[in-house]
Design a protein around this ligand. Structure first.
Ligand SMILES: *[C@@H]1O[C@H](CO)[C@@H](O)[C@H](O)[C@H]1NC(C)=O
Length: 588
């Protein structure tokens, strides 16, 4: 008789036993994963209500909040004047300065129109003589970064000129454009990365970055109107022509990040709404608006970009149904969500409220025809043409704005991280439009997927230490808050266009978090870690804090509207440019 004991020691039995154990383990893990995947399938119409609270504060309270933003501007700007002017930026921790944008006083020029909107006449009259002195010179071994210089300096000078008609501003704007003009000496007419304005020496790779080669049109179209010089409009026209002729069949109608400045054609398939792309998409819609809604070429490019983006780059997180936008290469999404992308809900609401998206025929536009040669990518266009596009853009705007806000509200500091990595139990993630489709097919009950009020999720100390990110569906990829404006920008636009006070309250909470966590002896500083209250600060105060962050907060809390959005278009640095330019009108 063969006993169990003896069998156990026979080699063939042992290996058979190990195989069975291995098979069992494999089966268990496999089915457990399947089970988990099923458990984490999103349930689209589930909406959690945030604790009800009094949102309906009186106009006087909002006026008081606007006043606090103005005080924040004065506090930081006065420190800049004392310790850094005429250099570029203040070092808000040590009280030093840095020249990182040509050393021409970028914080001052970027902040001019905010001063005027806030009624800070003394600050403005101290700045004007400094603008008078600007010569736009640079040491021979350096180059001007063209894109940043246009959106900050040229944008700031033009909007301030529109508000004041102080001639010196337009003179400096025209001189600046002249000095930078050599960047356009490429075969395509797209600008190079940079130029030395003193020597004319050019610098930049043959493959330019989308945002950097395609975010000058608003500024130059305005400069052309104000100076009467056709030359500046020609710069706009050649960039628009190149973009509209770029072969975008393989990227579903969206412009990729790399553009070859020699032939003006796409040089990669990296699609993004965030870093290196953002403002190029933004300027498509805004050029249409700046043209008084006549420039159909840019409108069609905007519709292509947003259609592909909605069908391919929007995803829903598995547990909380947070809507997020990500980037992709060769069609593969990274599930990274950048703070920079939080301008997108604002852009979408701007489009949804100013375009006849539910009646494109009235403009002679058919979404299907826009994708005539896109092959497979045309499917997304056909799908979207079966929706009320205005509704769809609004849902995307609301869902994204909510996620951008929650990225702040989830953190102990109340400040949002620079980059999040969304977690997904399957690599393809949950494309938003797939889930919207199932929701529609099952009767469109409840809020659309990803839309609706959701509660913040605060991780416990334990969860944070363990790196357990599943309760909130994402981990932090970059933990800094760089005083960035994009979320406040979108909340401002959501508030202006929907009148829903929720967005304004979210904006207030963010400003309050900046006050509590970013204030220093000399102003406000970027924050190293949004999860650490009493966190260390970075010795940086970017000029866009004056141009954008505080401007959006201020405009959101004021009860009147000094910049009506049917009369002004904001450039990507929040500098308002007039739609109908007259030398006599446009004063605030
Ligand atoms: C850019 O385009 C030109 C003309 O088609 C081509 O010769 C060149 O190799 C391209 N450059 C890059 C870096 O792809």
């Amino acid at each position: 008789m063969v006993s169990w004991r003896s069998l156990r020691h026979r080699p063939y039995f042992r290996s058979a036993l190990y195989s069975i154990i291995a098979l069992a383990c494999f089966t268990f893990v496999f089915s457990w994963n399947k089970l988990r995947a099923r458990e984490w399938m999103p349930f689209p119409s589930e909406v959690v209500d945030e604790t009800p609270e009094v949102w309906d504060v009186s106009p006087a309270v909002w006026e008081e909040r606007a006043e606090q933003v103005k005080e924040a501007f004065q506090f930081a700007y006065h420190a800049y004047e004392r310790h850094a002017m005429p250099h570029d930026e203040l070092r808000p921790v040590t009280g030093g300065y840095v020249d990182n944008f040509n050393g021409w006083g970028v914080s001052m020029v970027d902040g001019l129109d905010t001063m005027l909107l806030m009624g800070l006449k003394a600050e403005y009259s101290r700045a004007l003589p400094e603008v008078q002195k600007l010569e736009f010179q640079l040491a021979e071994d350096k180059v001007v970064p063209y894109f940043e210089t246009i959106i900050r300096y040229l944008g700031g000078l033009l909007s301030t000129y529109a508000l004041t008609k102080d001639e010196v501003l337009l003179q400096r704007a025209d001189e600046l454009a002249e000095k930078l003009d050599p960047v356009f000496s490429t075969p395509s007419g797209l600008p190079l990365f940079g130029v030395n304005p003193s020597t004319g020496k050019l610098e930049g790779p043959e493959v330019g970055i989308l945002a950097e080669v395609a975010s000058l049109q608003l500024e130059y179209a305005t400069l052309a109107k104000m100076t009467g010089k056709q030359k500046w409009q020609d710069r706009v026209n050649s960039v628009v022509r190149v973009l509209s002729q770029a072969k975008v069949q393989h990227t579903g109608g969206m412009l990729p990040i790399g553009l070859n400045v020699t032939d003006g054609q796409p040089a990669d398939t990296h699609l993004s709404a965030g870093a290196q792309a953002d403002s190029a998409h933004e300027y498509l819609l805004k050029l249409y608006l700046l043209s008084g809604k006549t420039d159909k070429v840019n409108l069609e490019m905007y519709l292509r970009a947003t259609t592909h983006l909605i069908t391919n780059l929007l995803y829903l997180s598995p547990n909380r149904n947070l809507l997020y936008v990500t980037d992709s290469t060769h069609g593969t999404p990274t599930h990274v969500f950048e703070h920079l992308s939080c301008f997108l809900p604002g852009l979408l609401v701007l489009g949804a409220k100013t375009l006849p998206l539910d009646n494109l025929e009235s403009l002679g536009i058919d979404l299907n025809e826009l994708a005539s040669d896109f092959g497979d990518a045309g499917k997304g266009y056909r799908l979207l043409s079966t929706y009320n596009l205005k509704d769809l853009h609004m849902w995307a705007a609301e869902g994204l704005a909510q996620t951008c806000y929650l990225s702040y509200a989830d953190q102990p500091t109340g400040l949002g991280p620079d980059e999040m990595q969304f977690w997904t139990p399957r690599s393809e993630g949950f494309p938003w439009m797939d889930i919207v489709e199932s929701w529609r097919k099952s009767g469109s009950r409840g809020s659309p997927p990803g839309v609706g009020v959701k509660s913040p999720v605060r991780l416990t100390r334990q969860q944070r230490l363990k790196g357990d990110f599943k309760p909130r569906d994402y981990s932090l990829r970059k933990t800094t808050y760089l005083l960035r404006p994009e979320t406040l920008e979108s909340l401002y636009l959501m508030w202006r266009f929907t009148g829903d006070v929720r967005w304004r309250v979210y904006g207030w909470r963010i400003f309050d978090a900046i006050e509590r966590n970013a204030k220093t002896q000399y102003g406000y500083a970027s924050v190293r870690h949004v999860e650490h209250v009493a966190t260390t600060k970075l010795d940086e105060l970017p000029s866009y804090f004056f141009a954008e962050t505080l401007k959006y907060a201020y405009l959101m809390f004021r009860n009147d509207d000094p910049i009506p959005l049917d009369q002004w278009v904001l450039n990507t640095e929040a500098h308002p440019l007039p739609i109908h330019w007259t030398r006599e009108g446009n004063n605030v």
